[in-house]
Design a binder for this molecule. Structure first.
Ligand code: PLP
Length: 385
């Protein structure tokens, strides 16, 4: 099958694997062991990875906290701010289209006395900056808006959002899991206070991620969510995942060097895929095209049942517009927030390309989707024949 589901996870770049291997074998030391060369080698590798990561996002290496992934980074940032600023307030502003790692963290805080505002998005997937500003209260301690959406690829106006936050002395955090390594993300230019991202979305390994925590501004403080040996300057205890961290570092370095070329090439493939698929009658593209990740296309095929579409496309690994919950298939809440009906959300597909996607694969994907959509529509009682 052809893999076009890179927003779910990317394959490990072979160059990343190569960098990691020695740290799974001979360099097995604990980065916290100060008394011998095994520990020093591990610490050196971790320090180097911190520099590679910092270079990608224009931060200081000391501002990087290693975690197990973006879910943990989001939890650490949001819960950490909530606890640290309890005396100032309990109000957090976020958006209905955030990833569950943010939404469910906020839901958890609601049970602990948090007041959360969930901003809506317009039909293109963007928040309204006036609504954001109007939602701010004297009790607002954090604004958390994702950089780019995992389902639609829509990029929010991050610089404008952080400017609003800072005008009111509020911390700004962003879940940049889908953006880092794909488009330029600069924590200085964007004035980001806290930022979550993850290894396995940028050709690195799974189970490792980072939280950027601004140090220049002393008011950016969080409480630890994992207590123990005081690793990562006390913000995240636990023996460091040295091979994972080395992999994340190498993956970030490759993205820094290759992102511009990759984005241009992949963007052309995506545009071709999208143009061709939108030639099919009764299709629509979801999300703001002018402000979208270069490798993502989200397209709805009216009069096609979502489940049959996925079944028909067995040779194509893509994501459907539904999410499995314990009991049933629910239509995507992100697409519904853009105003899609349940049916249209179900009949949507997310294509996400990667540095390894080829023109031949896209050509095959186009003809395969064309064929399956036509076949299903011809079988559908709702389709005009
Ligand atoms: N945030 C966004 C926007 C994501 O797309 C994902 C991954 O699906 C996550 C957070 C969670 O990342 P991780 O798998 O590293 O915990």
């Amino acid at each position: 099958p052809i893999y076009l589901d890179n927003n779910a996870t990317t394959p490990l770049d072979p160059r990343v694997l190569e960098a990691m291997l020695p740290y799974l074998t001979e360099h097995f030391g604990n980065a916290a062991s100060r008394d011998h060369a095994f520990g020093w080698a591990a610490k050196e590798a971790v320090d180097y990875a911190r520099e590679q990561i910092a270079a990608l996002i224009n931060s200081n290496p000391k501002e990087i906290i290693f975690t197990s992934g973006a879910t943990e980074s989001n939890n650490l940032a949001i819960k950490g701010v909530f606890e640290m600023y309890a005396a100032k307030g309990n109000h957090i502003i976020t958006v209905t289209t955030e990833h569950k790692a943010v939404l469910d963290t906020c839901k958890h805080l609601e049970k602990l006395g948090g007041a959360i505002t969930y901003l809506n998005v317009n039909k293109e997937g963007l928040i309204d900056l006036n609504e954001l500003e109007a939602a701010i209260t004297p009790k607002t301690i954090l604004i958390s808006v994702m950089y780019a959406n995992n389902e639609t690829g829509v990029i929010q106006p991050i610089r404008e959002i952080s400017a609003i936050a800072h005008k009111y002395g509020i911390l700004f955090m962003t879940d940049a899991t889908q953006a880092v390594g794909k488009i330029p993300v600069d924590v200085e230019a964007d004035k980001i206070d806290l930022m979550a991202f993850s290894g396995h979305k940028l050709y690195g390994p799974k189970g490792v991620g980072a939280l950027y925590v601004r140090r220049k501004n002393p008011s950016v403080k969080i409480t630890a969510q994992m207590d123990g040996g005081g690793h990562e300057r006390g913000m995240r205890s636990g023996t460091l995942n040295v091979p994972g961290i080395v992999g994340l570092g190498k993956a970030c370095e490759l993205c820094r060097l290759e992102m511009a070329n990759d984005a241009e090439r992949i963007g052309k493939l995506r545009d071709h895929l999208e143009t061709e698929l939108l030639q099919i009658e009764e299709t629509q593209r979801n999300g703001y095209k002018e402000h979208c990740l270069p490798h993502v296309a989200n397209i709805s095929f009216k009069y096609v049942e979502g489940e049959s579409l996925m079944m028909g496309l067995k040779d194509l690994a893509v994501s459907s517009g539904s999410a499995c919950t314990s009991a049933s298939m629910e239509p995507s809440y992100v697409l519904k927030a853009l105003g899609l009906s349940d049916n249209l959300a179900y009949s949507s597909l997310r294509f996400s390309l990667s540095r390894f996607t080829t023109a031949e694969q896209i050509k095959y994907a186009i003809s395969h989707v064309q064929e399956v959509v036509e076949k299903l529509r011809n079988m559908s009682p709702h389709w005009k024949m």
